[in-house]
Design a protein around this ligand. Structure first.
Ligand code: XMP
Length: 516
């Protein structure tokens, strides 16, 4: 394990991911964790992340006492670099020469972290204070115009630091520097591979579940599918998957769950066709929040009923269903303040909010994984790319992409238009550039058009392709005009009810990604 000590910036998760991209397992710990507790995790290395503060700020996070005396190889980044310099007797100064963004960096090829890399590199900087003097025994291994000490190391003690952010892609050789620290500085070995992850989780699930029965709710999304497939690999027939078909998925998605997932995993699947029930509950409702509430509520009821049936069927065979699979991911665990082994669980994950009184213990085989790792595990397990690479899709589904009342006819119209947009975006090779592309049906709006020889009075759809890192902010994607033209032509030709296609060119903020 490599511990990434989080000093409160947004960079800790990125660092942890980059470490794992070097095939070394990493875990994020808060900077308030006592050193003994860190040592109990048996770390091969420790990385101190950047942080928002100046080491001089009154509220500046403290470096855990005794951290540099543990003998564990340690790498300080940005704030962590300055904190290391200060703690070991160097000086950190407010030089007034702050550097932000891409910066020219001169590396000392004698430094372990830079050996074999170009002397001149572009790095990503974001700092106000600078290290003016390295601590005694340290060698200065890099500098920039604004930071005379921009990298330092004391290889004998296994201590290294850089002022820049090696974890961001703007730092040309950042990943190489990180790799050198891990492999050469700390002696880590590249054992964190997909095959090992799968094996390890399979073992863990087996140990946890024993011979008990397990239930898993599939949503059509990546996380629940991968979690279900992993658990299936671990315990086979002891697992029953439940898929509530609420009729709000996109074209082909229900079939992906019902056919492809089952074919690949061999899981036993209970499909509940609840389309009528959801339509009835949604009849006459236009308000977005109201729709969300109804969909969430109906989902819970239907799932509970299905779960009860699974329990009864199992009970009839003299068994109990004791576990529920959840697709909780590592960022959820970190964000809800839990480390490994804590019971702080976001209950609304994936399935739109399961009630607290469901009498199951949770199995969370993805708890240690980032999203990109989940996708690779999914590939390793043989799940189809349509599931593994599915773009984010809201729990309430197409229900919140019909502006106005949700009806079966409107769902069918939107499903067709959405399928065309997805197909053409994929064909143009844009799937990985676009974060997601909602297609929104303005069901209560009509406009005049001509199609063939006749006047029409149809509905518009909105294309909402966005780029984003995390859905918190987003920009509209600059999809090439000819791709937009093809989508527009096809939708207006192939979907009779639609006579206009418009493009949403609003960033978030002020717009949200979805229209409701
Ligand atoms: P907004 O529209 O808020 O969306 O910019 C941000 C991200 O969240 C997704 N989204 C939802 N996901 N239930 C979900 O599970 C919801 O009610 C919901 N509303 C929005 C949206 O697709 C985008 O990825």
């Amino acid at each position: 394990t490599v511990l990434v000590v989080d000093f409160g910036a947004q960079y800790a998760q990125l660092i942890a991911r980059r470490v794992r991209e070097c095939h070394v397992y990493s875990e994020i710990v808060p900077s308030t964790m006592p050193v003994e507790e860190m040592l109990a995790k048996n770390p091969k290395a420790i990385i101190l992340s950047g942080g928002p503060s100046s080491v001089y700020a009154p509220e500046a996070p403290q470096t855990p006492t005794g951290l540099f005396e543990t003998g564990v190889p340690t790498f300080g980044i940005c704030y962590g670099f300055q904190a290391m310099a200060q703690a070991l007797g160097g000086t950190v100064a407010r030089t007034g020469l702050s550097e932000f963004g891409r910066t020219a960096f001169r590396a000392d090829p004698e430094g372990m972290l830079f050996a074999g890399l170009p002397d001149e590199q572009r790095v990503w900087m974001s700092h106000g204070d600078s290290v003016a003097e390295a601590p005694a025994g340290f060698r200065v291994t890099g500098s920039t115009a604004g930071a005379p000490v921009a990298a330092m190391e004391c290889a004998e003690r296994g201590l290294f630091g850089v002022q820049f952010h090696p974890e961001v892609l703007h730092s040309e050789h950042g990943q190489a520097v990180l790799r050198k620290f891990l492999y050469e500085g700390a002696g880590c070995r590249p054992t964190w591979t997909m095959v090992n992850i799968v094996e390890e989780q399979v073992e863990r699930v087996r140990a946890e579940v024993g011979t008990k029965r397990v239930i898993c709710a599939l949503s059509g999304g990546v996380d629940s599918a991968v979690a279900g497939a992993l658990v299936q690999r671990a315990i086979g027939d002891q697992l029953t998957c439940v898929f509530v078909d609420h009729g709000l998925l996109r074209k082909g998605e229900a079939e992906q769950v019902e056919k492809d997932f089952v074919a690949v995993t061999g899981a036993s699947l209970k499909v509940v066709d609840a389309q009528e029930r959801f339509l009835t509950a949604l009849a006459g409702v236009s308000d977005p929040e109201e729709k969300r509430k109804i969909i969430g509520r109906e989902f819970i009821r239907v799932f509970e009923q299905a779960a009860r049936e699974v329990v009864e069927e199992a009970g009839a065979a003299g068994e109990q269903v004791e576990f529920l699979v959840q697709g909780t991911l590592y960022p959820d665990v970190v964000e809800s303040g839990g480390g490994t082994g804590t019971a702080n669980i976001k209950s609304h994950h994936n399935v739109g909010g399961l009630p607290d009184d469901l009498q199951f213990s949770l199995v969370e085989p993805l708890r240690e994984l980032f999203k990109d790792e989940v996708r690779r595990v999914g590939e390793e397990l043989g799940l189809p790319p349509e599931i593994v690479w599915r773009q984010p899709f809201p729990g309430p589904g197409l229900g919140i992409r019909i502006i106005g009342e949700v009806t079966r006819e409107r769902l069918d119209v939107l499903r067709e238009a959405d399928a065309i947009a997805r197909e053409e975006l994929s064909r143009a090779g844009l799937d990985r550039d676009i974060w997601q592309c909602p297609v929104v049906l303005l069901a209560d709006v009509r406009s005049v058009g001509v199609q063939g020889d006749g006047r029409t009075y149809g509905h518009p759809v909105v294309l909402r392709p966005v780029t984003s890192e995390d859905a918190m902010t987003a920009d509209w994607s600059r999809v090439p005009y000819d791709v937009l033209a093809t989508i527009s032509n096809r939708i207006t030709n192939e979907v009779r009810e639609i006579n206009r296609v418009v493009l949403d060119v609003t960033s978030k903020p002020p717009g949200t990604i979805e229209w409701e």
